[in-house]
Write a protein that binds this ligand. Structure first.
Ligand code: ARG
Length: 250
């Protein structure tokens, strides 16, 4: 009996911790803002900008929650959510079965795909042309998973894993790696922002993937609210406005 109530107490403590912040009118969100155009730091103002940032702020508005966003390391996002440091993650995170074992995802909010970024003049048109090559990736991204699979199959010589997208790009620029495997919209934005870089991308190279907002598995109520807010933003046209703002001119 005593054991049972201790267990009960522990369980309800975990539950209330999971919903503490957003229960008080604040949605604590983490991102990794090295992923333009989804999340990046505006050089002039230091402000967090991007499609994801606009979307999560709009979700907060629908839910009447103040959105506080921290910019932390990519590889630390899911651990920080599991620790209860944040209510939600938005960072261009692809919904995968492995991640779904650890966290819940909202309904998909963006359809994406991988590409390969190569030096101009290199004869690479896709994932089939990488035998003998080194791929640079952001660690523990879908680009990393694709590269690791290719390496296991003997279709890629090696994988160099970096903490940030910009370090992975730099690796190719300095010749430490041959290609970057990365989300196509991010490759496009990087190349647009760095027109002097002697790099190009080769278009979609894999199956489509879907980004979701991650929420702790013990916080189904928040998950439902986020999904309802997403639906409302779609119905009201606000989602489309945000989409056009970041992707309309392409
Ligand atoms: N979509 C890819 C993934 O989920 C890459 C996401 C990287 N996001 C970031 N903010 N650096 O693995």
């Amino acid at each position: 009996m005593k054991k049972l109530s201790v267990l009960f107490l522990a369980a309800s403590l975990v539950l209330s911790l999971g919903s503490l912040a957003w229960g008080q009118g604040v949605l604590k969100v983490a991102t990794e803002a090295g992923f333009m155009p989804f999340e990046y730091v505006d050089a002039a103002t230091g402000e967090l900008m991007g499609f994801d940032m606009d979307l999560i702020r709009a979700i907060g508005q629908v839910l009447g929650l103040e959105v506080q966003i921290d910019n932390i390391a990519w590889d630390g996002l899911i651990p920080a959510l599991l620790n209860g440091n944040y209510d939600a993650l938005i960072a261009g995170i692809t919904i995968t079965p492995e991640r779904q074992a650890a966290v819940d995802f909202s309904e998909p909010y963006f359809e994406s795909v991988l590409t390969v970024v190569v030096k101009d003049g290199a004869e690479v048109a896709g994932l089939d042309d990488l035998a003998g090559k080194i791929a640079a990736v952001q660690i523990n991204t879908t680009g990393d998973f694709a590269a690791s699979d290719l390496q296991d199959a003997g279709e890629l010589k090696g994988v160099s894993r970096y903490d940030t997208v910009s370090d992975a790009m730099q690796a190719v620029l300095i010749g430490a790696a041959d290609v970057v495997i990365i989300d196509l919209p991010v490759a496009k934005a990087y190349l647009d922002a760095n027109p002097q870089a002697p790099l190009h991308h080769v278009g979609p190279v894999a199956d489509n993937e879907f980004y979701g907002i991650a929420v702790n598995k013990n916080n189904k109520a928040l998950l439902e609210q986020i999904n309802a807010a997403l639906q409302q933003l779609k119905d009201s046209g606000t989602y489309e406005e945000i989409f056009q703002k970041w992707f309309g001119a392409n």
